[in-house]
Design a protein around this ligand. Structure first.
Ligand SMILES: [Zn+2]
Length: 299
């Protein structure tokens, strides 16, 4: 018998996306990563001894228990069953996560926890700009990679299904996240520094997870509409239009500060509340920009 060939690293990534972190046996579905430790094992569908290869189509990710069980009862029927697990998994995952949410708030609840966790992994172990080949960090990064890929798949499905809850400008950010997640899944780790589509951090701004101070406040009349609304609702606290313009108000009983240059988030809030109004976005944005630049110059 020949030695078992190893599985290509870029093929391995695809299994994590396929399984989204759970055993592929539909009756088991145990979580395969606990506190960064993986209990996932690659199982052959057609056994290696019977000529099964290590291609994506002939392998699936199982927990240790299910792997042992399938290996000890390998019959033609069990091969057919494993094929079926693999075939049905994708449809099941899409069905499970491709749910339409009634509001942006519900959508936010569904995705922020996952985005938060991925952010933590990236910040702790992701390649550093000034030291991308740091090997100690890279070893840890590889350990968490499966979790990261599994985690990306869920928001990818959820956000694609719920783009109607976002303004056009933010849908573009979702599109680049989907492109990034797909590229991340299939590219080899050697190439990761040259990735074309990096994770668009502006996605985190849409959900208020992280600020993205990327642009001018989107629309002056929208801001006026929003402030008038807050005053009417007795939720307005303050509006500061100095060089770091910000609006402070009460949201669900809690005082929040919205930085007006945190554009994806501001855009989301204004669009959702119907405050954007009929005034063309660009002309107002330009007016805002010159106003802000004026502040910067007089500083
Ligand atoms: Zn299992």
């Amino acid at each position: 018998m020949s030695a078992k060939p190893s599985i290509a690293r870029n093929t391995e990534r695809m299994f994590w996306a396929e399984a989204i972190g759970h055993c592929m046996n539909p009756e088991c579905q145990v979580e395969l990563i606990k506190k960064g430790v993986s209990i996932g094992e690659m199982a052959h569908i057609k056994a290696h001894a019977k000529g099964g290869d290590v291609s994506f189509d002939n392998l699936l990710l199982l927990c240790g228990n299910c792997h042992t069980q399938t290996d000890s009862h390998r019959t033609e029927a069990s091969v057919a069953r494993l094929k079926k697990w693999k075939r049905n998994r994708n449809a099941a995952i899409v069905e499970q996560f491709a749910k339409r949410y009634a509001s942006f708030r519900k959508l936010k609840e569904a995705v922020t926890q996952i985005l938060d966790r991925n952010g933590q992994i990236f910040d702790s172990y992701g390649p550093l700009n000034d030291d991308p080949y740091n090997s100690e960090r890279h070893d840890l990064w590889l350990k968490f990679e499966g979790e990261l890929i599994s985690n990306n798949r869920r928001p990818e499905i959820i956000l694609t299904k719920n783009k109607n809850l976002l303004p056009k400008e933010n849908r573009v950010i979702v599109d680049s996240f989907v492109a990034h997640a797909q590229e991340f899944t299939v590219t080899r780790d050697d190439d990761q520094i040259q990735r074309v589509k990096l994770f668009p951090r502006q996605l985190l701004s849409i959900f208020g997870v992280e600020e993205a101070l990327v642009g001018c406040p989107p629309n002056l009349s929208a801001l006026q509409n929003f402030v008038s609304y807050l005053v009417r609702e007795d939720r307005f606290i303050s509006l500061d239009l100095n060089e770091a313009p910000r609006l402070t108000y009460v949201d669900e009983g809690v005082e929040v500060t919205l930085k007006l240059e945190d554009r994806p988030r501001v855009q989301q809030i204004f669009w959702e509340g119907g405050f954007l109004g009929p005034i063309p976005l660009m002309s107002v944005s330009k007016a805002w920009c010159s106003l802000l630049n004026g502040y910067a110059r007089t500083k």
